[in-house]
Design a protein around this ligand. Structure first.
Ligand SMILES: *Cc1c(COP(=O)(O)O)cnc(C)c1O
Ligand SMILES: [Zn+2]
Length: 405
């Protein structure tokens, strides 16, 4: 393992990675995992990937697990990178790809964070954790925790997608619902952490979830044969994925796996919960709590992210941008990509497709630029976003195609 230490990105204070650490004890910032990249560069060669399994653990030199015995795996896969040829024609683009994270265990990319987060928790001898969640993270951490024999205490808003509740319950997690937002769930968790000495697995309050999520960028780079795309669009809630992608790209640069400019990173948010977009438009380094947030794209309903300054840094440093999409457009594009490409993606993922159309119209994207949309989860997790009105037949009826004209 090549981790050298944990570091606070605000005050640069260093922490020991052999111990359980949460936020920086001085300034309460999230901590980042720092690797000895010189040593990684000497010992990790692209060729060595050829013989490795097709899952995120193939990038083990840039992951924080010391003893492979501690790896908790549920059969992670390299998720497909699909060229959207019909939508390219419709939108006027030439190189439009979607990375489909719906293929992960539990149907969302949250399992990347959970796979690495839970494996590391096991390595650090953690017995129990608590976390607030909008659904998918709690579900992913619950299934991995079951396999690791770690106790999970999950608090989620009562309106979170029902299926994520069921995933927590079936895998033996202790689930609580709160009539409020993820920020309210966070307050409840914070109180119990002190009382019961749980590990706090809230977004970015432990350093290893980023390490899991960053593997999306390793895969994108490898899938493009180490030629980076020009733009990556990401549906941003807590922003861990975006922070992780930025971190991974810089690591790949430092070990010499990729060259040239980094992709412009785009944070896509919902119009009724767009704190990062507002901060970006005002050229600020931090966001302000978004009151009365509300969106069908539940995973990105985060009124104030603890790592907002890192998300904004990733946007500014790569020349990216932030853009907000209305719920009605999110749903329109969710339907469009299913009709055109056969991909049933989650509303969060659909927001990136709506964003690409807007950014292209504004001239922010050139037609031949290579663009990657991140679909963070399967549409199957949100069955109620689709309104269906099927024709009901009696057993003696026939199909009449006229009903469809
Ligand atoms: C959690 C979640 C997001 C947002 O992820 P962050 O990395 O915290 O910004 C996006 N889409 C889905 C489906 C999610 O579950
Ligand atoms: Zn600090």
């Amino acid at each position: 393992m090549y981790v050298s230490h944990l570091e606070c990105p605000k005050c640069n204070k260093e922490f020991n990675h052999k111990e359980l650490n949460q936020l920086c004890t001085s300034c309460k910032s999230p901590l980042l995992v720092i690797y000895d990249l010189k040593a990684v560069k000497e010992n990790f060669k692209k060729e060595s990937l050829a013989s490795r399994n097709f899952n995120l653990w193939r990038y083990k030199e840039l992951l924080p697990i010391e003893d492979e015995k501690n790896i908790i795996s549920l059969g992670e896969v390299i998720t497909p990178l699909i060229k959207l040829e019909k939508l390219e024609k419709k939108l006027g683009l030439k190189n439009l790809y979607l990375k489909d994270e719906g293929f992960n265990p539990g149907g969302s990319f949250k399992s990347r964070g959970a796979a690495v987060g839970i494996s590391k928790a096991k390595e650090l001898n953690v017995k129990s954790f608590a976390m607030p969640t909008n659904g998918n993270a709690g579900a992913a951490w619950s299934i991995y925790a079951a396999r690791a024999d770690i106790k999970a205490y999950i608090v989620m808003p009562i309106n979170a997608p029902t299926i994520t509740r069921n995933e927590c319950i079936v895998s033996g997690a202790n689930l609580f619902l709160v009539d409020g937002l993820i920020s309210d769930a966070g307050k409840i968790v914070a109180k119990s952490i002190d009382k019961y000495k749980f590990m706090d697995a809230s977004t970015l309050k432990e350093p290893y979830r980023i390490e899991g999520k960053k593997t999306m960028a390793f895969e994108i780079a490898e899938q493009f044969d180490w030629e980076l795309p020009d733009i990556i669009l990401y549906p941003t809630g807590g922003g861990v994925g975006l922070i992780g992608i930025f971190k991974a790209l810089k690591e790949l640069q430092e070990i010499g796996f990729v060259k040239g400019k980094l992709p412009r990173l785009v944070a896509v948010q919902a119009s009724n919960c767009a704190p990062i977009v507002k901060a970006y438009e005002r050229k600020q380094q931090e966001s302000i709590f978004w009151k009365n947030s509300n969106t069908v794209a539940f995973g990105i309903n985060v009124p104030k992210a603890i790592g907002d300054f890192l998300v904004l840094e990733a946007i500014y440093k790569t020349g990216g941008c932030a853009i907000a999409i209305k719920d009605e457009d999110i749903l329109k594009y969710q339907e469009l990509i299913a009709k055109e490409e056969g991909l049933f993606i989650c509303p969060e993922g659909a927001s990136t497709l709506a964003a690409i159309e807007e950014l292209y119209k504004k001239g922010w994207i050139k037609e031949d630029e290579k663009v990657v949309l991140l679909n963070t989860g399967s549409g199957l997790k949100y069955p109620n976003t689709i309104i269906s009105n099927p024709t009901i037949l009696n057993p003696n009826d026939e199909i009449s195609i006229e009903t469809f004209f």
